[in-house]
Design a protein around this ligand. Structure first.
Ligand code: ZN
Length: 430
């Protein structure tokens, strides 16, 4: 590679800084909330498709359900509605003789949470003190924007690539969807390697954790005891269970992994994500609830199966519950809520990892970090159902799935530079 290209790209990016931030702002302003089973990705996908066309990409826009094999596929998750929810895939052809590189991101975001207060308009993409804010900006519209803008830099500077660059934006990743990513693979959109620009805080992640979402139910006898009825409140049992969950979380987070990408952390995370008791839609409560449930999300290292994770968690909880007088009366019942997301891991030394490492080492060696991601995503659709090696590598920021979600603007601009160099290194320059 001509070493001047890197500098010219960097100059081009700083000259086009406002446009790079305008792009994330546009993506954020087009609301694309995933409210299972529906999603509103239509508008943002039209925008991305237009952007890709302007970059000289051939585009394919299709509903996941347009892919005939999808619903019969063993990894298809039932129960989602794909009306007006197209995937978009853009391919900018290289001159030939190089390897192709795919950037794959999801455009759906989690809903705004009524209980949380944003200090800025969540759809504004406003910038304050080096941070840009927006619903889904960190997870993961900025990562998508960075890949689009990196390609634009190469196109505008006339840097001729040998291999194809493919940028796809999929629908329905949140809540274990992943059908969008599966549909793109079944549609035949192939590449020699893939980068998922999920928010890794600039860390190159050759591995991802897996996860399972469960609901734990407790049943009692609700109402009032006006006529001497026996009222038993399941919330007290749930409260005991929460303490057991805390113990599990503590023990689980300290489990070590044999996987090379996790030997120095990050450890395993578990979340207690929600709790319901009684009819929460009533303006005032008027009785002892007869149902209480707790929703949890529990992560695992790559290589752990759904069965192993499920048994590890439920085994721990049931053993503790057996010692508890109250929980003996109100035994917890476990229910799976969404699909299991398996973890993934690419072998050390893989050329995709080596190339990404070279890029960062050449451009900003002090920022080089390579390790497993602290979260689960749809990378498993690549690992299990395609031949495409995959890493996660995306922007820095914070407050994913929370109020005031943001990215760091300078890191975002740096990521654009890295992605453009990655496209050049991987695909080859004429
Ligand atoms: Zn995400």
């Amino acid at each position: 590679m001509n070493p001047n290209w890197s500098e010219r790209l960097q100059t081009w990016i700083s000259e086009h800084r406002e446009e790079a931030l305008e792009l994330t702002r546009s993506l954020v302003s087009l609301r694309s909330i995933n409210r299972v089973p529906h999603g509103e990705e239509w508008q943002v996908q039209q925008y991305v498709a237009d952007y890709l066309r302007k970059l000289g990409c051939g585009t394919d826009m299709f509903l996941p359900t347009d892919v005939r094999e999808l619903t019969a596929h063993p990894a298809y998750l039932e129960g989602r509605n794909y009306q007006d929810r197209p995937n978009v895939v853009g391919r900018r052809k290289g001159s030939g003789g190089g390897k192709s590189l795919l950037f794959s991101g999801h455009v759906d975001t989690v809903p705004l949470n009524k209980e949380e207060t944003w200090t800025v308009d969540p759809l504004s993409g406003v910038i304050k003190e080096g941070k840009q804010y927006g619903l889904g900006i960190f997870d993961m519209k900025a990562g998508i924007a960075a890949s689009l803008f990196a390609l634009r830099g190469l196109v505008e500077l006339g840097i001729p690539l040998k291999g194809d660059v493919v940028i796809e934006t999929v629908v329905d990743e949140e809540y274990g969807g992943a059908n969008g990513t599966l549909a793109s693979r079944l549609r035949g959109h192939h590449a020699d390697a893939a980068i998922i620009p999920e928010p890794s805080n600039l860390v190159i992640c050759p591995a991802t954790q897996g996860g399972i979402m469960l609901r734990i139910r407790f049943a009692g006898t609700g109402g009032r005891n006006f006529s001497g009825e026996i009222v038993t409140n399941p919330v007290f049992a749930a409260a005991r269970f929460i303490e057991i969950f805390r113990q599990y979380d503590r023990a689980h987070s300290m489990k070590a992994s044999l996987n090379p990408w996790y030997k120095d952390g990050p450890g395993l995370t578990s979340y207690l994500q929600g709790m319901k008791a009684g009819d929460v839609s009533l303006p005032l409560s008027d009785r002892t609830p007869n149902q209480c449930s707790i929703d949890v999300w529990i992560q695992c290292y790559p290589g752990t199966s759904e069965k192993e994770l499920y048994q590890d968690f439920t085994g721990f909880c049931l053993e503790q519950a057996a010692e508890d007088e109250l929980l003996k009366q109100f035994p917890p019942q476990f229910e799976r809520l969404i699909r299991f997301l398996p973890g993934t891991s690419l072998a050390p030394g893989h050329p995709l990892i080596e190339t990404a490492v070279q890029v960062v080492q050449a451009a900003a060696p002090q920022q080089l970090a390579v390790k497993g991601a602290p979260f689960a995503c749809d990378a498993f659709m690549f690992e299990q159902y395609s031949e495409i090696p995959v890493i996660v590598w995306g922007p820095s920021g914070g407050n994913a799935h929370a109020a005031d979600e943001f990215i760091h603007v300078d890191d975002y601009l740096q990521l654009i530079h890295w992605y453009s160099l990655m496209m050049m290194e991987w695909c080859g320059v004429e």
